[in-house]
Write a protein that binds this ligand. Structure first.
Ligand SMILES: C[S@@+](CC[C@H](N)C(=O)[O-])C[C@H]1O[C@@H](n2cnc3c(N)ncnc32)[C@H](O)[C@@H]1O
Length: 369
């Protein structure tokens, strides 16, 4: 980043914000009370292509939609005069970042595009990252490259699951959120898609709640809150449209699924962690077969059986369920993802077949009984 005058930085930002290839822009760090963040993105409305600016003041976001041309030029100039200190603007051709210190020193960097620019054999190459790894968000929440890739892959799966139109406010809960890398990244991603979002991160650890809440304040993520409590008992007023759970340990994934079903969540994405419960039950049953005789096979089979049961139970509760690998196993061996979308059509056939063949008691079935 190099030091420049504000006028030089503003000229660069203006060019990027009015660029035909604008993808999105985030302005933050406004010192005055009131609006603290603005998100700009290109949209197409009835009148034609436009720039949409969502202003967040921590109470109720407001949206301005500016027709391309004179209206957008005036709106962008006003926005540049609004006193935002930090800017992150992505276009198809470049990424422009501006940071202004409290003493007024302005740093500007212009880098390559976040999106993969080339096409391969006539097909558009997918963006390498859903959230730019250089996004200032990561300076605040930390995490290593491996975790970022895992979280990015999870968000990609989320992106592929959600419909184009989302309810607003969108109610989201991340159960067993831990350090909350996914929670923060999901908030960033989803708040670009809906004007209003309420996201709650739940973890049993109070120290995580305190740390994460402080980071959310630092980032100005006013629709994000953290609660300390167990997945089964934590108070989440209003429930959830979307439930996320990334590596909630052992039966905590079952608790997350049960909670999601209880809330009638529209979408559930859960990447399970260790599976001990059914492995214990298979061993205790004394029943042996070629699938369960050796310890390692029994453990692996129990993993598969647990997730097959979870999927079957969710189908019986009116969800369409897909089980996918959301990230390469080189990034995490726990790379399975259960994706459930509520359809309201319940189908018990898989559950009946599994129960006839493997009469164990899955924790999720107990919780939903
Ligand atoms: C392996 S960490 C995963 C954290 C985070 N989702 C991630 O992927 O980085 C599991 C987290 O779940 C929390 N946890 C486990 N069982 C829980 C329960 N029953 N209720 C609430 N939190 C739980 C733990 O405290 C821990 O922070």
């Amino acid at each position: 980043m190099g030091a420049v005058t504000w006028e030089e930085a503003a000229a660069e930002l203006r060019g990027a914000l009015l660029d035909d290839g604008l993808l999105r822009a985030v302005a933050s760090g406004r010192p005055d009370p009131g609006i603290h963040r603005a998100v700009v993105r290109p949209v197409v409305v009835k009148r034609g292509p436009a720039l949409q600016i969502v202003f967040e003041d921590g109470v109720r976001p407001t949206t301005r939609t500016l027709a391309l041309g004179e209206e957008a030029v005036t709106g962008v100039d006003e926005l540049l005069g609004d006193g935002f200190r930090n800017w992150h603007v992505e276009t198809a051709g470049r990424t422009v970042k501006v940071q202004t210190s409290k003493k007024g020193k302005v740093l500007l960097s212009v880098g390559g595009p976040v999106a993969a620019p080339a096409t391969v054999a006539g097909h558009d190459r997918a963006k390498e990252h859903l959230i730019d790894p250089g996004d200032p968000l990561f300076d605040v929440i930390g995490g290593d490259a491996r975790k970022r890739r895992q979280v990015d892959a999870f968000l990609r799966a989320l992106d592929a699951t959600l419909p184009a139109e989302l309810p607003s406010p969108l109610r989201v809960v991340d159960l067993g959120c831990g350090n909350a890398y996914l929670t923060f990244a999901a908030y960033r991603y989803l708040s670009d898609r809906v004007p209003e979002i309420h996201l709650t991160g739940v973890d049993v650890r109070e120290d995580q709640r305190d740390r994460n809440s402080a980071l959310a304040r630092q980032l100005g993520f006013t629709g994000l809150e953290f609660v300390a409590g167990t997945i089964l008992d934590a108070t989440v007023p209003g429930g959830a449209d979307l439930v996320l759970a990334l590596h909630a340990c052992d039966t905590a994934t079952d608790e997350a699924l049960a909670r999601a079903v209880g809330w009638d969540a529209h979408w559930i994405l859960a990447a399970p962690c260790c599976h001990k419960d059914l492995s214990r039950q298979l061993r205790a049953s004394g029943r042996t077969s070629a699938l369960t005789r050796s310890g390692i096979l029994r453990e692996r089979f129990a993993d598969v059986l647990t997730d097959a049961y979870r999927s079957a139970i969710l189908r019986g509760r009116g969800y369409a369920v897909d089980v996918v690998e959301f990230v390469d196993s080189a990034h995490t061996p726990r790379n399975l993802l259960l994706k459930a979308v509520r359809t309201g059509k319940s189908d018990d056939a898989d559950l009946a077949a599994l129960s006839a063949e493997w009469p164990v008691t899955p924790h999720l079935a107990e919780l939903l009984r």
